[in-house]
Design a protein around this ligand. Structure first.
Ligand SMILES: [Zn+2]
Length: 252
């Protein structure tokens, strides 16, 4: 189980994981391949030594608060999440500067939010799929007209008017949205001007097949917006000195 620990005095964060005490293996090129030197390591003990006598507290990670700028598998990336001690909420930056370094955690003063930067239609995928599914092939003029109409429909769309698709996207900042029934009706009505008879029926079926989870989904790209607030002067947290001892020190 991972445990998130904060030093109240220094505002330092430590993520205690089962890997903290894994030995590190050092390979020396002049030795035989099997001959690794195992270096004992205890990151948590190092943290405790560094913050000896300070006030430490456990933080609980706030579920669903994670945002990340790159795909989940990318090792070098910055993510943000929120955690709480029950009274205050902390915004935590998680990052790694070099591939061989451990992850770092840092409390930042401020907040983050996701801002929709663009909404696009998947025109390349739509075009490929139309060519694959609709036989006889549509003319290039018809293809272009359909894409133009579809793009026009969502030119000034507000993200609030769209319904998010529940599936996870492979990229954390790309989210897919379904078109609304109003847009659907408008799209079908306008398709009647581009396609006639059998072609219209084929396009109508295509639209129904792809509107909920296919190429007709709209792709919204988000950006992480950070609002940093100048750090408040922190009240000094007294070091954990037993009361009697503290009195003794004052008396001198
Ligand atoms: Zn400390």
């Amino acid at each position: 189980m991972n445990q998130l620990i904060r030093c109240k005095n220094c505002d330092d964060i430590f993520m205690k994981t089962p890997f903290d005490q894994f030995p590190e293996y050092e390979w020396e090129p002049d030795r035989a391949q099997e001959d690794f030197r195992s270096l004992p390591r205890d990151d948590f003990r190092d943290f405790l030594t560094h913050h000896q006598g300070h006030h430490l507290e456990n933080l609980k990670i706030i579920e669903d608060s994670f945002v990340s700028e790159k795909t989940y598998s990318e090792p070098l990336k910055t993510s943000f999440f929120k955690a709480t001690n029950g009274k205050e909420i902390f915004v935590i930056k998680k990052f790694r500067e070099k591939i061989d370094e451990p992850l770092k955690y840092q409390v930042i003063s401020g907040d983050f939010s996701l801002k929709c930067a663009s909404i696009e239609i998947q025109w390349e995928e739509i075009s490929k799929q139309l060519k694959r599914e609709i036989k006889p092939l549509l003319s290039q003029t018809q293809l272009d007209a359909f894409l133009k109409l579809y793009r026009h429909l969502f030119k000034n769309i507000d993200i609030q008017d769209l319904e998010r698709v529940p599936e996870d996207s492979p990229h954390p900042l790309e989210i897919y949205y379904k078109i609304s029934d109003v847009h659907l009706a408008y799209l079908l009505r306008n398709c009647r001007n581009i396609f006639k008879g059998q072609e219209y029926l084929a396009i109508e079926e295509f639209i129904h097949r792809h509107k909920d989870d296919g190429v007709l989904l709209l792709k919204a790209t988000y950006q992480i917006q950070l609002t940093e607030i100048a750090k408040k002067k922190k009240k000094p947290v007294p070091a954990s000195v037993p009361l009697e001892k503290e009195k003794l020190i004052k008396k001198r």
